[in-house]
Design a protein around this ligand. Structure first.
Ligand code: G
Ligand code: MN
Length: 286
């Protein structure tokens, strides 16, 4: 809901400096985003954070999560949350969302053509579930790029899934039908009921990184993770733990036998050339 700007006495003011400033910042950002999108998406790029499968004695990079970045010298210090919020608010998330998927599919197809099978994860915002034709768009992309749809995993947060339940489940069912996989992102931050889990058309649960911080000292979080591990096993879902940053956190997660891990302990998101090089190196070594 829009609130009229008010001064300290509570009177409505029409030219409050602060509001004006915020509004004009927002307006400027939106304009820059539009301009850059029309200009071959300049200042936008996609970076990739490796997803690691941990085995007894070694760990393998099975693929990566694609993450959008925007760096415009005119807008220094823009944080990621403000960027996503503006993209959603302006509706630009629809075209930029498609662009990110196209980049990720292209990139993943390149990795696979280099050798071993790699997967790519792409984040979806709640609004994209209502992007009419998105599933067909993904199908055509996979065909053009000769990427097996099962190498693509779309991530939806539990909040966007549950706030738009009918649409989201139909959308995910269409993805599954196509062979694309679906992950439930940031699990544990919303208000999901465990009752939903068994009915959602998903393949994987990603435990939010807030459950991993100082895991070695936090009994509740350890219990939560073990419980989720058991439950996902019962429901035949994969489970990935995000945000592993330290050796101590990694040790706890590994000792629980969790095999899918992401986090700064392994790697931060990296530029596409860099991750290709890493995959190639590892492919040759293996
Ligand atoms: O919501 P989602 O899980 O898709 O968020 C991904 C974001 O989390 C990325 O911007 C990425 O840089 C960040 N991230 C990934 N791993 C870690 C980590 O180990 N610690 C922290 N603090 N952030 C991380
Ligand atoms: Mn994610």
């Amino acid at each position: 809901m829009y609130r009229m700007p008010r001064n300290e006495e509570g009177d409505v003011v029409f030219f409050s400096g602060m509001v004006n400033n915020e509004d004009s910042k927002q307006f400027f950002l939106e304009n820059e985003l539009r301009k850059d999108m029309e200009n071959q998406y300049q200042n936008f790029r996609v970076v990739y954070q490796p997803i690691i499968q941990v085995e007894q004695n070694n760990s393998k990079w099975i693929g990566a999560e694609a993450l959008l970045r925007y760096s415009n010298p005119e807008i220094p210090n823009l944080n990621q949350m403000d960027l996503i919020r503006t993209l959603e608010y302006s509706g630009l998330i629809i075209p930029i969302g498609r662009w990110v998927i196209a980049q990720a599919v292209h990139e993943c197809s390149k990795w696979n053509r280099m050798g071993k099978s790699k997967i790519v994860h792409v984040n979806l915002s709640a609004q994209q579930v209502s992007d009419v034709g998105l599933v067909e768009y993904i199908r055509d992309l996979c065909k053009e790029e000769q990427l097996e749809p099962s190498n693509l995993v779309m991530e939806l947060t539990e909040t966007s899934m549950l706030s738009n339940f009918e649409n989201a489940t139909a959308f995910c069912n269409d993805l599954l039908q196509l062979g694309v996989r679906v992950a439930l992102d940031d699990f544990g931050t919303g208000y999901s009921s465990f009752n939903y889990l068994k009915n959602l058309p998903i393949n994987q649960i990603k435990i939010d990184r807030s459950y991993v911080q100082n895991l070695q000292e936090n009994q509740y979080n350890q219990t939560f993770i073990s419980f989720m591990q058991q439950l996902s096993g019962q429901l035949d879902l994969e489970m990935c733990v995000e945000g592993v940053e330290t050796q101590e956190e990694f040790d706890v997660v590994k000792n629980k036998g969790i095999s899918l891990i992401q986090g700064y302990y392994f790697e931060k998101p990296m530029e596409s050339e860099m991750i290709s090089r890493e995959f190639l190196k590892r492919t040759i070594q293996a």
